[in-house]
Design a protein around this ligand. Structure first.
Ligand SMILES: Cc1ncc(COP(=O)(O)O)c(C=O)c1O
Length: 438
């Protein structure tokens, strides 16, 4: 690790100089606190990016498997989105009035994901927050249910974990407005009995879930789990919010369409506008009607749902171009086999060196975990995390021209990623593991 850290510093003098300057005006030298989490003494500063590659200020080129933690799953700056953004930017960016693109996007979301009504905001966090508010309003219930070790953005209600069998604030929860145990029930993913117990008192307004956990490695639902989740939420009158911000990697219609889910709300952000801030939440006819009945026009601007720039013309132009030309079925037909190639390359090295790890895939996303047992819930997956080992793997890859996400060991394929990009990772991964076991 020391050798890798020294190599990183020695080969990134310009990033180092910029970081030192950044420390004078940015807290911790980074524009956003989580950028401090990159392996290495400082983050690399980006010079430019295109497709699946970027170049840093020191002139190193990287294969980008992080892709803005899904924000750039489209590849960086895909041409149709850049063109639509440039055209719209020259014709007005935000109006507080709709453009026709909003209708095109609404119609496409309805066709793709099956829900009839859609609204827009700027981040997936907000899409989740607004969906929770609507669910509370229409059910007239207070509680939210989430799964242990979920992540849904900076949604206050979701920063809760199970500790010694009971709810506790998630480690690192900064200045929580209230104890999350007052707002939230938390259960393990894939545990139908616990789910039923938590819903049975009929106090839960909504279950907020990823259809497969993706933020603590990848944890797949067990056969029949989603049927049980839908049956129990209906039985006890709770609404079901499916957050597909990451699981859109499963296919053009997300996990929902791949597996015939039937949620009350559908949330999508991050890559929806090729990385421009944009997110959406869709809901059923019944939810839509109940919302319209309850919300008065006079109060609709101060109801706790909104944002001045939400639904702006620029992000809607980018969403249209992304849905029409970038995140297409053909793109997924290219991306998913690359994730399969990634998985088999990593698997081969794990087997060759006999390390007790495994690799999982969901659509065009793959991730390796430091345990040979496939976790069935968040607690098991979290127990397999090894921060020091993660940092070593990330830095080893970074020093050899491959960027993984700074959080766990995720790799994502874009429409611009190539088979040789994946091979480059496989070679480096094999070399890293061979050094570890030597
Ligand atoms: C499943 C899921 N939902 C929502 C979010 C929040 O997205 P954003 O930070 O863009 O608001 C994330 C972020 O990682 C996520 O993984």
């Amino acid at each position: 690790m020391q050798r890798e850290e020294e190599r990183f510093v020695a080969t990134h003098p310009k990033s180092k100089t910029l970081f030192e300057r950044a420390c004078q005006s940015l807290l911790g030298g980074v524009p956003m606190n989580w950028m401090a989490k990159w392996a290495g003494a400082f983050p690399v500063f980006v010079a430019d990016a295109r497709g699946a590659h970027f170049t840093d200020v020191d002139g190193h080129e990287y294969v980008d498997l992080c892709l803005g933690d899904t924000g750039a799953m489209t590849g960086h700056s895909p041409r149709p989105a850049v063109q639509a953004i440039a055209e719209q930017a020259a014709q007005g960016i935000t109006f507080m009035l709709p453009t026709e693109n909003a209708i095109w996007v609404g119609e496409e979301l309805k066709r793709r994901f099956g829900l009839p009504y859609w609204q827009f905001c700027l981040t997936a966090t907000d899409a989740n927050r607004f969906s929770i508010r609507l669910a509370r309003e229409v059910t007239q219930r207070k509680l939210v249910l989430v799964f242990n070790y979920c992540y849904h953005g900076t949604v206050d209600e979701s920063f809760i974990t199970l500790k010694d069998g009971g709810p506790a604030p998630r480690r690192g929860n900064i200045g929580p407005p209230v104890d999350p145990a007052l707002t939230t029930r938390v259960v393990e993913f894939n545990d139908v009995d616990a789910l039923e117990k938590a819903l049975a008192s009929r106090e839960v307004a909504c279950v907020l879930c990823e259809p497969a956990l993706t933020n603590v490695g990848i944890v797949h639902p067990e056969p029949g789990y989603h049927d049980a989740l839908r049956r129990l939420t209906r039985q006890y009158g709770s609404l079901l919010i499916v957050d597909e911000t990451h699981t859109i990697c499963a296919g053009p219609g997300g996990f929902t369409r791949e597996h015939n889910l039937d949620p009350d709300f559908f949330v999508l952000g991050k890559p929806l506008a090729s990385g421009l801030p944009a997110a959406t939440y869709g809901f059923t006819q019944e939810v839509g009607e109940r919302v319209l009945q309850r919300v008065k026009v006079e109060d609709c601007d101060t109801g706790g749902i909104g944002g001045t720039l939400a639904g702006n013309a620029l992000s809607l132009a980018a969403m249209r171009a992304t849905l029409e030309h970038v995140l297409t079925p053909a793109a997924f037909r290219h991306m998913i086999p690359l994730a399969e190639q990634f998985t088999s390359g990593v698997e081969a090295a794990i087997r060759e060196f006999g390390v007790p790890w495994h690799v999982t895939r969901l659509g065009c996303r793959a991730e390796y975990l430091f345990t040979d047992q496939r976790p069935r819930n968040g607690a098991q997956a979290a127990a397999a995390m090894d921060f020091e080992l993660e940092r070593f793997m990330h830095l080893y890859a970074l020093n050899r021209g491959v960027l993984l996400t700074p959080f766990h060991n995720m790799a994502l394929m874009s429409p611009a990623t190539t088979s040789s990009d994946v091979d480059q990772h496989t070679r480096i991964f094999r070399e890293a593991v061979s050094e570890l076991v030597r």
